[in-house]
Design a protein around this ligand. Structure first.
Ligand code: CU
Length: 200
């Protein structure tokens, strides 16, 4: 009996991770030193033009973001989103809040109020993530030499998403971890296809 797909559904658990560590900032700084010839005005114009092609409509902040379970309660699974007809588009507002104990919490919120959803895709599916960094801006920390992906300067509050285990290109809009910069107030779109042979 022929079946088009294995009975066991291949589900990928994609956990977006925020790259905003000091280590990452240090690696960017090192790249800046290597490319110390500096950014020309032509390069700046090119990077800005490139950036414009990547900007989607901004995702507004969501009320009551980054909620946590109360102490002693059962921890629930995160909400889940599934691709349909070969694609999944997710709009995310990256936000921060301070809890009752003074801790700074960060999270991804969908406009519907889903926090940190788990995204399920099939091989060959397209994933589109439009994300706005709605955290408070911090002073500009460093200049990112071209080729830029998003902003050409990086705030300490800048974010980028990268993906573990996906067989995808390390290019802008996919899994470029070195040059993708989404500063506070900026919006960025990731868009790529998973390969047909993407293992679970
Ligand atoms: Cu990683």
């Amino acid at each position: 009996m022929a079946t088009s797909r294995p009975a066991r559904q291949r589900i990928f658990n994609m956990i977006p991770r925020i790259v905003r560590t000091a280590l990452f900032a240090a690696s960017i700084a090192a790249l800046d030193l290597i490319n110390s010839s500096g950014m020309t005005s032509v390069a700046l114009a090119q990077s800005n033009a490139n950036r414009l092609t990547k900007v989607a409509a901004s995702i507004p902040p969501v009320a009551n973001p980054c909620q946590r379970e109360t102490a002693g309660s059962l921890v629930k699974n995160p909400p889940e989103l599934y691709s349909q007809s070969g694609s999944l588009t997710v709009n995310l507002s990256y936000q921060s809040t301070t809890d009752a104990d003074g801790r700074q919490l960060y999270c991804f919120m969908t406009p519907e109020g889903l926090e940190n959803p788990t995204l399920h895709l099939q091989p060959a599916d397209q994933l589109v993530i439009n994300i706005t960094n709605n955290t408070a801006p911090t002073p500009l920390a460093s200049l990112i030499n071209p080729p830029n992906c998003g902003a050409s300067t990086m705030m300490a509050s800048a974010i980028a998403i990268h993906f573990h285990g996906f067989i995808i290109s390390p290019t802008c809009g996919a899994d470029d971890v070195l040059h993708t910069v989404v500063n506070s107030g900026d919006t960025f779109s990731y868009s790529f296809f998973l390969p047909y042979n993407q293992p679970p």
